[in-house]
Design a protein around this ligand. Sequence first.
Ligand code: ATP
Length: 304
Amino acid sequence: MNVVEVCNLGKRYGKHWAIKECSLSIPSGHVVALVGPNGAGKTTLLHCAVGLVEPSTGYTEVFGGLEAGSPEALARIAFVAQDAPLYKYLTVDQIIELTRNLNRGFDTNLALHRLDDLGIDPHQKVGRLSGGQQSQLALALAIARHPDLLVLDEPLARLDPLARNEFMGVVMAAVAEDGLSVVLSSHVVSELERVANYLIVLNVGRLQIASEIDELLENHLLLTGPVDEIAHVANSFDVVQTFRGDRQARLLVRSPEITDVGPNWEASQVSLEELILAYLRDPHSSALSPPVAHGTPSVHGVRS
Ligand code: ATP
């Protein structure tokens, strides 16, 4: 079952399209990283998925056919918005009580245990908690609803590196215990390789990548070789990005099966961070269609 199905989705504000012609399917049980530069349309896409924004074209369904934003869908989704907006004048235990009253099946003990682990005083006013503690509180409230889908909009932005690690540890524990699906947008690309197994890249409102991460990494390679042979390699593979030095060049290429590259070329695997940055640098590149096989190159290389 697809936990999210997006079909030809577009959202226009005035003359400006925040997102356009987005179609993708997210299989359930995945941790999905949603990446893109500022203004790429990440929040808009997430808001469409949770029914906070009415699309201008297309539609989003969740849990194999429920309309995004319908009461049945909302009962199974927990959404933590950017900056984790909370009632700042309430104390932590009052906000837990409020959330319990608003959500059938809310697991008060789970929320209290989590906050105890974090050393957050239940009598403290929410507005007096640090930004990072407020993010942790919002996550604790979301997970205690035992959702089938957890949607987090830039949850890591206000957290220090240790707190990021801790935060994602809690998310991953919930994934392991409850089998929920997670979609999180983030600019902290280095953190994602460890936790996510599905990647969506949006750039200037267009979808560039929507894929299992393993598959994506298998289908890309970094090739290093002489600058004057770039044209030969470029004829044989889909080149996503070229880095030129004086004599050596590095090409990020996309191909279904690369076994032979050439005697002067070395092939190595690409990291998720390098791959994401390469696509972000060129908003026109896309990994959506199947990679093209360009004939057999004439020489050998080694796939590491
Ligand atoms: P960031 O990483 O900076 O949070 P984002 O990828 O989440 O950005 P969005 O917030 O979805 O991007 O915005 C996408 C585009 O849509 C931007 O150009 C933004 O200015 C525009 N936009 C978003 N919401 C509105 C709105 N309510 N009214 C007008 N324009 C909007």
